[in-house]
Ligand binder design. Structure first.
Ligand code: 475
Length: 841
């Protein structure tokens, strides 16, 4: 259907198209108009929430105009697009980011002040968009920011969960989960009720030969659920590009929805059908680094893949190109194996719907897709039960078997003598029931596979995907070390530090080219600069101390060393090692005379993070931290020397307060388990030092900033296997200092010792899989070194400044450019002309 305005009427159209505010007065006009009309409020009825809403709507209008132009420009340019498929996008708040990216935060600040509001209070009204669990979801959000900022034509595709990650409250030291209903007022999304896709489930496959002798495969009689598109604008920094994040919401299909049931007294069952459809996009699965194989999760995956693929193919078809050109127009990145069904779905569309030959189709598919692995933990690797797929997606199972057959035949031809190899690399695991190994399917369906830090990329090549390196050769497997966006994680979270850096470098250019930070290094001896640097850190700590007081009632001294570990709670991330270290420190303090205590460096240990609701051990760790805090924070012998804080409901907006306030942060996973980590980068970029194991990106951070600026400890990844073996078969003993910690816990000092039995037992009885005892001594010794180093503040600040100056590598801009060069083969779009037009008007 032709829906564009005829040429001779476009002039009028253009004349009246809004141009957007740039001045304070224009901003005030917009916000008051929105508050009085869109929101139907008045100056007698305008609270901070209304002020937020009005501000958000004013900025949204601006973004949408640029969003429209960006989409037109990208369509007109007619070049390759990136599609980033991720089940999680942990976006956080949008308003502050939008204001900074379009460069109008100061205008808004002054305008809001005129109207009686403080901009910080207005910004704080916004609910986080928390459609993710942790690292994987936040990485997707950083990537969207970078792709827009670098002017890549890129779309994100995800699910519009009605409930994001749960809100965490701590009651009596236990985690309680509260549903996160976040859509009451969301000005950042546009429902596209005209952009829908019908997605099929269940049914059966009909194969027959038509009159012309052609094999026809048709998937019939399924249940249909409709996907509705919701578009979220993604503004780039200092550029007119506003990209699109398209999130699918599920609803009962109107064709399928049985209106006769409404009339015939079966109203309830009609409503039940509707609810079943809506359930698909209802809730984000709250597991980080764990897959539990639930049917609804598989439904989510297919629903989202099918809708996204249909949309991508529809867009391609409008260009009237040959199918062979599909991979020149489309690059699809699989964020972990969650979207792997998209591989099968594209093959199905090409073969069953478009009538391509199997091999022709498969060449297109593998040129289109690429896959990022984010974890080597066995419990996180997806394996879907064959009977489950058979029932839900019968045609897809056939296609998977066919892909497997032709893959195994190639392998057999190449390695005729290696019978066992076939069983090892088969996409089907011969278990009870049989399962589909999704990572293997993703590898076979992609032209490139990448890990997210050097060690991790090496590990996947030598362990879980070893056989595939033999089969495909080493070039298919590459590393792209993760990065973070300096816009949100420096400029937005730490505006004063960003400003200080800009004052030394002469501009904010470093936010677009982070390697420019190296120009800071000569200033390490500048006394005035160092003083300002330290003042900013102190102010950030004061702000966090206020937050701690407000939310926990505990008063902490901002002069103390702030030691932070914030991330999902997981045994492999070893928050238990940290809290055992805290107890060890407590024992040490208690053993000293009051004279000796005066020489100690005061410390505040801050924890934050959610445990998956079904992860008992992680919940026990949270409980122990809270109980230890209760005892230590109220012990008069300890006073300010040690405080233990658990901050509830760690999320993106809290990270923006916590990260700039840290002196030391902890990245202490068992070597070889944390694929990369990205908060390590955020902390260092904000002038905090890190204590860490030789794991994930810690290794590359060390290489960049220098060994003298990192506190490393613990066993190496290459020794982990032997150590584990030794726990069972050697003469193994728990570290004696750690044993004292256990004895104190068992004495009931921190409440009913039975609560913590499993936590201790995992180490003393069940093989200490995560090497807590092996690393304990090295950990506490390194903590002592940190105390000593912190006493010399001048030296400490030197380390911090030097580190920041050397962090340029870890921007997600570098990371996205690497993906673009080595995987997607795509160029950014030229927006110079658009920028000039904007500058003139
Ligand atoms: C790594 N999530 C970090 C980060 O690359 C890394 C898995 C299965 C089901 C649900 N969620 C997951 C992850 O695997 C995940 O978040 N991985 C993380 O990806 C970005 O920095 O080391 O643990």
């Amino acid at each position: 259907v032709e829906s564009s305005i005829p040429e001779h009427m476009r002039e009028a159209w253009r004349k009246y198209s809004p141009s957007g505010f740039t001045t304070k007065d224009q901003f005030e006009t917009e916000i008051v108009r929105h508050i009085e009309t869109t929101l139907a409020r008045s100056l007698f009825n305008c609270d901070e929430l209304a002020a937020y809403s009005g501000t958000a709507l004013a900025f949204r209008d601006r973004l949408i105009m640029d969003w429209n132009k960006t989409q037109q420009r990208q369509t007109f340019a007619d070049q390759k697009r990136i599609y980033y498929l991720s089940l999680e996008f942990l976006m956080g708040r949008a308003l502050d980011n939008a204001m900074l990216n379009v460069g109008l935060k100061n205008v808004a600040k002054e305008g809001l002040a005129d109207l009686g509001f403080r901009i910080e209070d207005v910004i704080n009204q916004e609910h986080d968009a928390a459609l993710g669990n942790g690292g994987l979801g936040r990485l997707a959000a950083c990537f969207l920011d970078s792709m827009a900022s670098l002017n890549y034509p890129a779309w994100g595709y995800g699910l519009r969960y009605r409930y994001g990650i749960f809100k965490q409250e701590i009651e009596n030291g236990y985690q309680v989960e509260i549903p996160d209903y976040w859509l009451d007022f969301n000005p950042w999304e546009f429902a596209r009720h005209d952009v829908t896709v019908d997605v099929q489930f269940y049914g059966w496959v009909n194969k027959y030969t038509d009159d012309e002798g052609k094999q026809i495969v048709s998937w019939q009689d399924g249940e249909i659920v409709t996907a509705v598109a919701y578009d979220v604008p993604v503004p780039g920094y200092g550029t007119p590009t506003v990209n699109n994040l398209r999130l699918w919401s599920s609803k009962a299909s109107s064709g399928e929805f049985d209106f006769s049931k409404f009339n015939s007294g079966e109203y309830e069952s009609a409503v039940a059908d509707q609810q079943r459809a809506e359930t698909i996009s209802a809730v984000l699965y709250p597991n980080d680094n764990l897959e539990r194989g639930k049917e609804l999760r598989l439904k989510q995956q297919y629903f989202w893949c099918a809708a996204s693929l249909f949309d991508i193919v529809r867009r391609f078809k409008k260009t009237n190109r040959k199918w062979s050109e599909f991979p020149d127009q489309v690059a699809i990145q699989l964020n972990d194996t969650h979207p792997t069904l998209a591989v099968v779905e594209l093959q199905r569309i090409l073969v069953d719907k478009e009538g391509l030959e199997w091999q022709t189709a498969w060449d297109i598919v593998t040129k289109t897709f690429s896959y990022t692995n984010h974890t080597v933990l066995p419990e996180a690797l997806e394996k879907w039960s064959v009977p489950l797929i058979q029932n839900l997606l019968p045609r897809h199972l056939q296609i998977i078997y066919e892909i497997n057959l032709s893959f195994l035949q190639t392998v057999e031809r190449r390695f005729p003598k290696d019978r066992e190899l076939l069983g090892r690399v088969s996409l089907i695991e011969e278990s009870q029931p049989k399962t589909v190994r999704m990572a293997y399917l993703a590898i076979v369906g992609s032209h490139k596979v990448n890990g997210v830090a050097e060690l991790h990329s090496d590990l996947i090549k030598t362990t879980i995907f070893k056989d595939f390196v033999r089969i495909y050769g080493p070039d298919k497997f590459i590393n792209v070390t993760n990065g973070i966006t300096p816009r949100r994680w420096l400029h937005q979270a730490n505006p004063r530090l960003s400003e200080l850096i800009a004052s030394k470098l002469g501009s904010y250019e470093f936010l677009k080219d982070l390697t420019l930070l190296n120009k800071l290094e000569p200033f390490v001896d500048d006394k005035e600069f160092k003083k300002e640097w330290a003042e900013i850190k102190y102010a950030n700590k004061v702000r966090l101390a206020q937050h701690i007081l407000k939310t926990t009632g505990v008063s902490v001294n901002p002069k103390a060393l702030f030691d932070v570990q914030v991330k999902r709670i997981h045994e492999y991330k070893r928050q238990q090692l940290n809290v055992f270290g805290v107890i060890h420190r407590y024992l040490a303090i208690k053993s000293l005379s009051s004279e000796e205590r005066k020489k100690l460096a005061p410390r505040v240990t801050i924890f934050g993070g959610k445990a998956a609701p079904g992860y008992w051990m992680a919940k026990t760790i949270i409980h122990l931290i809270n109980k230890v805090g209760e005892v230590i924070n109220n012990d008069p012998d300890v006073g300010d020397l040690l405080k233990v804080i658990f901050l509830e409901d760690y999320n993106v907006s809290k990270a923006e307060i916590i990260i700039p306030a840290s002196d030391i942060s902890e990245h202490i996973s068992t070597a070889g388990t944390e694929a990369s980590g990205t908060s390590n980068m955020k902390f260092v970029l904000n002038g905090g030092l890190i204590i860490g194991t030789l794991d994930g990106a810690n290794i590359e951070i060390t290489r960049e900033i220098g060994e003298q600026n990192v506190f490393l400890f613990g066993n190496l990844s290459e020794d982990v296997e032997d150590l584990r073996h030794n726990h069972f078969y050697g003469d193994y003993q728990v570290d004696p200092e750690l044993q004292k910690v256990f004895d104190l816990i068992k004495s009931g000092k921190f409440g009913d010792e039975g609560s913590f039995g499993a936590l201790i037992g995992a180490i003393t009885e069940h093989g200490d899989y995560y090497l807590v005892s092996d690393d304990f001594n090295s950990y506490t010794k390194t903590q002592d070194l940190i105390d000593e180093t912190f006493k010399n503040q001048d030296e400490w600040v030197t380390k911090c400044i030097t580190s920041v100056a050397r962090m340029g590598f870890f921007t997600s801009d570098r990371c996205i450019n690497e993906y673009a060069d080595t995987i997607w083969n795509i160029e950014p779009l030229d927006v110079a002309e658009e920028k000039q037009v904007r500058a003139r008007t």
